[in-house]
Design a protein around this ligand. Sequence first.
Ligand code: FAD
Length: 281
Amino acid sequence: MSRTVPISFEFFPTKTDVGAEKLRIVHQQLQSLQPEFFSVTYGAGGSTRERTLAAIQDFNQKGSAVAPHLSCIGDHKIRIAELLDLYKAQGIDRVVALRGDLPSGQVGLGELPYAEHLVRFIRQHSGDHFHIEVAAYPEMHPQAQSFDADIQNFVAKVQAGANAAITQFFFNPDAYFYFVERVQQAGIDIPIAPGIMPITNASNLIRFADGTGAEIPRWIRKQLQGYGDDSQSIRAFGHEVVLKLCERLLAGGAPALHFYTMNQSQPTRQLVMDLGLSTPN
Ligand code: FAD
């Protein structure tokens, strides 16, 4: 039996050597699920440049397909070009191109203020070498002027040269299907992989959702709050909710699933196994 849809796993770079060692173990554990690629986030303004690079190089050397994230806001073209050249020289051919968010108070958008400009710059600098993924927001980006304006901006990123997209996490599958439909009506037909956030910790989830504009439906929020400190019940409930979400997304035609692993293997692994997606291609 072959896998029906590709899966991919996202990590963030760790701050310490101990964290980096733990991440190596998590990577090894998830590598056996044969994802299409592992991605590693990149701090806006280049704040995690060295640590993102180190993790990417490590996974690449271990034979995994990798997709470093690159953000442009507050950074310089010359520094981004250096990274692109380095990745190309190492045989890396996929990147996730983002605007990023500058820390509050920091001014100056830099030479490439939006992801659209970064995508165009990557194409100008590296031609067709990279498969470029961009971000998508089924529940609208929090700074967008309107849903329609956000769709138009997404379309512009794709027209600038993006090949595929990964969404912000969400728990309402209808928001995803509606977004895909609207984008298709605008003449865009690239694969848009839902970004899946396993639920393992109520307060962290609420913090991330508040920061990204993702909605946690009331029934999920209330139930999580009701479990208090009972982490086992939170994980069991969270697994059931996210499993059903993934099943609905796949049944509705989602072309891939991208997991925000939060640098943990077990919750993502369990989802992949229960979805029947563990069989290698
Ligand atoms: P853009 O596509 O540039 O859009 C940003 C906002 O500006 C939107 O509201 C859009 O509608 C609007 N806009 C776009 N173009 C224009 C224009 N020309 N004029 C006016 N408005 C415009 N952040 C990181 O710092 N590092 C990461 O590694 C990272 N990884 C991520 C991975 C995924 C899959 C996702 C979904 C998000 C990630 N983020 C990351 C967060 C992301 O950087 C933020 O959500 C950021 O606020 C927007 O980035 P973007 O690439 O979507 O921006």
